[in-house]
Design a protein around this ligand. Structure first.
Ligand SMILES: Cc1cc2nc3c(=O)[nH]c(=O)nc-3n(C[C@H](O)[C@H](O)[C@H](O)COP(=O)(O)OP(=O)(O)OC[C@H]3O[C@@H](n4cnc5c(N)ncnc54)[C@H](O)[C@@H]3O)c2cc1C
Length: 263
């Protein structure tokens, strides 16, 4: 490691002041600390968000589940409210990484980081969630902008995420066994008026699939997925899987998610 300062504010206002001044937010450190150790990032000033109670917690607000940015994956997975109103999200959180990652990793850190193989971005996008920051509200469709890129401006802090409660939803992840991230994961959400499908692990960041959404909006069945064309050119290949294999997994995982959502 190398020298850096660490501030531990107790209020969002103090954290805002520090990040606006150029300091970098630290959540559970599951990505950031590892990136610093590898010298991929060298922030001079860190702001630990862990002492700000207002950034933690889960509320069910009418037709939405609102989750604070500093809520850990373990807390989402174990929440009776999330299990009741959004079981697909609880099960997604339960399948993230290992026990340590779930104990330290946070909703806000995962969504801000926008790793192309992370699980939460697919839930945020498929459910049409809203990312709430210290400055504004950002619709999921405008938030994710490609590989590790989001609509967040420098110093902008995610405070919570609002998830509309769907009629049916499920996440099916084909796990990359070494990292435990998604080799390919598909989140399907039936909103009542239509179906949204978000794919993670495909290459350039989470994305929706218009063909799958159209087919599943007509018939929310695994059979409806069979006739949808999935173009391997839309996906990336690497040492873990070719683009063609990922395209194949899109269908398989979508069918698995629909089956799960239909119970
Ligand atoms: C071994 C391992 C396995 C994993 N497996 C999975 C998996 O299966 N699925 C999956 O989805 N993820 C997985 N992860 C990622 C993990 O879930 C964490 O959520 C992710 O690493 C981010 O960590 P963090 O929340 O501690 O954020 P940090 O590492 O502290 O921060 C990450 C980035 O987000 C920024 N940030 C943090 N909080 C905020 C905020 N509130 N507002 C604005 N910016 C913010 C930071 O400045 C930094 O740039 C894995 C990680 C590891 C190490």
């Amino acid at each position: 490691m190398y020298a850096f300062t660490l501030e531990q504010p107790k209020t969002l206002a103090d954290a805002k002041r520090l990040t606006t001044g150029g300091a970098q937010a630290l959540a559970g450190g599951q990505t950031l600390i590892a990136s610093m150790k590898q010298r991929l990032l060298r922030p001079e000033n860190l702001v630990d968000l862990g002492g700000i109670d207002a950034l933690r917690g889960i509320q069910v607000d009418g037709k939405q589940v609102v989750i604070g940015a500093m809520t850990t994956h373990a807390n989402v997975a174990g929440s009776a409210e999330v299990r009741k109103h959004l079981p697909a999200l609880a099960s997604l959180a339960e399948g993230i990484g290992d026990r340590q990652v779930r104990a330290m990793g946070t909703m806000g850190g995962s969504v801000a980081n926008n790793d192309p193989a992370a699980c939460y971005p697919s839930a945020v996008l498929a459910l049409g969630a809203t990312v709430v920051t210290d400055r504004r509200e950002i619709a999921a469709d405008a938030f994710f902008q490609g590989l590790y890129t989001t609509a967040l401006e420098p110093g902008e802090l995610i405070t919570s995420i609002r998830f509309p409660i769907p009629t049916k939803a499920a996440y099916a992840k084909f796990r990359q066994p070494a990292s435990r991230f998604a080799m390919l994961g598909v989140f399907v959400a039936h909103t009542g008026s239509g179906v949204r499908v978000a794919i993670t692990g495909g290459g350039n960041g989470v994305c929706r699939h218009a063909g799958l959404e159209a087919a599943l909006s007509k018939s929310f069945t695994p059979e409806a997925v069979a006739g949808v064309a999935i173009d391997a050119a839309d996906f990336s290949g690497d040492l873990h899987a070719s683009a063609a294999y990922r395209a194949h997994l899109v269908k398989v995982q979508t069918q698995a998610a629909v089956r799960q959502a239909n119970g």
